[in-house]
Design a protein around this ligand. Sequence first.
Ligand SMILES: *Cc1c(COP(=O)(O)O)cnc(C)c1O
Length: 428
Amino acid sequence: MNQTLTMTFQNSLEFAQQLDVADKLSRYRQEFHYPQVNGKDVVYFTGNSLGLQPKRAQKFVDEVMNDWKELAVEGHFYAEKPWWDYHERLAAGLGKVVGAKPEEVSVMNTLTVNLHLLMVSFYRPTNKRFKILCEEKAFPSDQYMLQSQVKFHGFDPKDAIVEVKKRVGEHSWRTEDIIDKISEVGDELALVLIGGVNYYNGQVFDMKSITQVGKSVGAYVGWDLAHAVGNIELKLHDWNVDFAAWCSYKYMNSGPGNASGIFVHEKHLGEKEIPRFEGWWGTKKETRFLMQPNFDPIATADAWQLSNPPILSIAPYLASLELFDQVGMDALIEKQQKIVAYLEFILKEIDKEVDSSFEIITPKERGCQLSVFLHGEGKELFDYLMRNGVITDWREPNVIRLAPAPFYCSYADMYIFGQILKEGILNS
Ligand SMILES: *Cc1c(COP(=O)(O)O)cnc(C)c1O
């Protein structure tokens, strides 16, 4: 699809604006707040880091503030959206985003915390089967999480953590290398835990195949979906994934540091014997307030909840999910493929007009993000872009990451970015 599209693209404002007119999602731009630079809405490429604020988020937060003001403790049961089961309102929408049944998802805590909690259930090493397979240079928090878990269980990360490397000279991982490594580690493998979309190069892993092979050697398979949720198609239930977790402030637009989501496959639900750190919000609702000493797990992923949830924080998440529900992942992905292809086209056109050269290190298995190696350019170019209203992010050595979120980025933004990029290079 990308190739046929690329052939018909043009690097002009008129052409970009035509694409915007034809874009069914263009009206959703007005659902978001944009930072201003030089009196104009920015071109926002960092939805993979912190999504823009949906305008309706304010209303959802105000509603909770108001209920708290007027009802105080009674808000738990008598608010318009009662707090005691407020989190359940997110499950159906989230289930659609990640390809899960509503009972397989829950919202709680933050991402790294949830990964630790899920490791209690799904990393249960024995002397024979104790290894964890992950990608090399995983997001640092995931590396620290894995290392500390392994040490907690008395193993040495050097022995227990198996990193799949990229081949020399290549920028992405090969599925066959991951699969070979899983087979090689075989019955020593306790867990596969990989970031479903790599934060650095934007690669989308073949979660279906990797999960299948991981399960076939008897390991648990989990995914960190920080960069995948709200970005690419996920079918966690059908892929037979054991567990997953994600943050909601990237493509899910829920607000800084906001609550994380978890997925636990149906087959693990309602088990009393599964090891798990537990709290009162995981026990059955019917008997929770009897304050009895025995824990009776809710038969959903909510069993992993410990505390009563922070309502003020999940309110904007619910607002954002309402938008996802209106648009649907299919439409978002359709626009995403086209706008990313257009961005790629623009980069290649500008590349022809300037001396330096860009190398796109994101493979064709991609979602929203293009990671671009700027040969011959330095951080000054990044600073120039920021000063001129293009918000991107910079990673050593010389990589900018561009993620045009389909919800709120326009085709005209891609054209404008290309022009500012060209000026920045020519002026440097
Ligand atoms: C963004 C991100 C995180 C962030 O973790 P928090 O616990 O939300 O601070 C963790 N892992 C990956 C892969 C990420 O992309």
